[in-house]
Each structure stands twice: as structure tokens, then as C-alpha cells.
Design a protein around this ligand. Structure first.
Ligand SMILES: [Zn+2]
Length: 280
């Protein structure tokens, strides 16, 4: 997230300056397109552009501007000159910091929508002061935004990388392995389990790389490098369509730079080229 964004919970008591509105309809966000760029609506309240939100949420300050997210009912057309756009289509059309903020906004909006009633006892929930949380006035259960951690693992063997395809990937594209963390499992346990399940290999020397929130719908991808330690590639039926060792000078189609997978692969190649010790 950009240094320019300051997350805040309590909305300002009064707003007179126009703020930035992240207006969602399902998983689409309202923008004004201008050639290759996209712009988010700026208004004191989204009423000004003729929209009546179902709910709205305060997010914080971006570059000194108040930011709000809100949800619009399914059948409402976009105001004149604006359009509903899929999140992925905005990559590169918005500044990276704003694109990340759209991902944050949709998760807050989705959490608010999904926790209007207590999941434990069904009572309508209320906002919990001072936290991004809703609380049940009947049973006391607190409902926080859901975040599902997932690990990504790029396995290295000398100058080769293990890359694989899921059946749902675009044609030819290969990437690092990834999977969701199970309840009760540490990240250090999850990585070798996922690698073993998906391609049948043993790994060692787990090294944290970086993480990325992934709002489709509420994952946190935590990426690691690791080294090959044994086994033969055995793709998991149904999950992995193909998996192979790729020499770093002869790589297949890789994911878009929107994803942490691409940053992980690019950084690892740069490391190998710079003479990072070959462990196997
Ligand atoms: Zn309850």
C-alpha cells in the first residue's frame, strides 16, 4: 500500500471537501475512462453523481483526501460518462497505489455486506467503535474482515525453476505453485505440503520473499523461494495440468506483472544471474 494512504476507521464528523469514492456494483467499480486511463469519482457524497448507495464505509485518507467505499444495487446503470469496470481491467489504468486501494475498498465493502447479521446467532450486527469490525449485540461475537492466507512457492534447482499450470490458466501460461493455508497450519508447514501435493517434490531452504493482498475475493498471498530436495515431478490430477523444470533462459509464458508470482519469478531469475549460490 502506498505511503500516501492512511487507513482510518472513524469517519470524519463532517465532510466539506470532495473525497474519493470507490463505488461498487457486485465486483465492478465505477470509473470514468479517458483513453487508457481511468478516474474514480470525486464528490462530497456519492449522491452528487446521482447514486443512492445501499451502505457506505469510510476507509481513510489518500493524498489528504477522504476515501469512501459503497455498494450500489445490481440493476442501477452507471451515471452518464461513467462505466462499471472489472478490477483486473483497471491494472495499468490507475496508478498502482490507487489500484491497490480499489482492492482494499472492495474487501471492506464486501465484509460490511457479508456481516450485517451475526453468523453465529443471526442477530443484526452493529459497528464496533475503534476497530474495523462489526459486533453482535446479542451474543457478543465480533466479525472482522475475512482474510484467507495462501502460500506461493517457487522451487529452484540450480539454474532451473519449477513452473506449473492449473487447468484454468490462460493458454501456455505457467507460474509458481500456490495453495491456501489450512486451519492450524503454519506457513512453514504449508509450503512443503502444497509442493508435495501438487507436484510430488520435497523442498528445503524456505525463504520468505514478499506478500500481496489479492482481493479475488479476500486472499493474502505470501510468497517464498525454496530449493529442490528430492522426488520426481508428479502433477496432482485435477489441480496441476502440467509441471516441469524450466531453464531461466527458456521460460514459458509467465503471469502478468500485476501478480506477486511474476515479481517472485523475475526476482529469482535476477538473483540466479547475479551469482546467488547454487545449492543443488
Ligand atoms: Zn450473535
Amino acid at each position: 500500500m502506498s505511503e500516501q494512504f492512511v487507513p482510518l476507521i472513524a469517519p470524519p464528523e463532517s465532510v466539506s471537501a470532495p473525497g474519493l469514492w470507490f463505488v461498487f456494483q457486485g465486483t465492478q467499480v465505477l470509473v470514468r475512462r479517458e483513453e487508457a486511463r481511468a478516474h474514480l469519482p470525486v464528490a462530497v457524497h456519492v449522491h452528487e453523481i446521482g447514486l443512492e448507495p445501499l451502505r457506505h464505509q469510510y476507509l481513510g485518507l489518500y493524498a489528504g483526501q477522504h476515501c469512501f467505499s459503497c455498494e450500489i444495487a445490481a440493476d442501477v446503470p452507471a451515471p452518464a460518462g461513467m462505466t462499471w469496470a472489472g478490477l483486473r481491467s483497471l491494472f495499468g489504468a490507475l496508478d498502482d497505489a490507487l489500484f491497490a486501494l480499489v482492492g482494499r475498498a472492495i474487501q471492506v465493502m464486501d465484509w460490511d455486506r457479508s456481516h450485517q447479521y451475526c453468523g453465529r446467532c443471526g442477530t443484526p450486527t452493529v459497528v464496533k467503535a475503534g476497530e474495523r469490525a462489526r459486533q453482535c449485540p446479542s451474543c457478543g461475537q465480533t466479525h472482522y474482515p475475512r482474510i484467507a492466507p495462501a502460500v506461493m512457492a517457487l522451487v529452484r534447482k540450480g539454474d532451473e525453476l519449477l513452473l506449473a499450470r492449473s487447468p484454468h490458466f490462460p493458454a501456455g501460461m505457467h507460474s509458481a505453485l500456490a495453495g491456501f493455508v489450512e486451519a492450524g497450519e503454519s506457513l512453514e508447514q504449508c509450503v512443503p505440503r502444497e509442493v508435495k501435493e501438487e507436484v510430488g517434490l520435497e523442498v528445503t531452504n524456505l525463504r520468505y520473499f514478499s506478500s500481496q493482498p489479492w482481493p479475488f475475493p479476500h486472499s493474502l498471498m505470501i510468497a517464498f523461494n525454496c530449493d529442490y530436495a528430492g522426488g520426481e515431478i508428479t502433477p496432482e490430477p485435477g489441480e496441476i495440468e502440467a509441471a516441469a523444470w524450466f531453464w531461466i533462459d527458456d521460460l514459458p509464458v509467465l503471469p502478468n506483472r500485476i501478480s506477486i508470482a511474476r515479481r517472485l519469478i523475475d526476482a529469482t531469475i535476477a538473483q540466479i544471474r547475479s551469482g546467488w549460490p547454487v545449492t543443488i
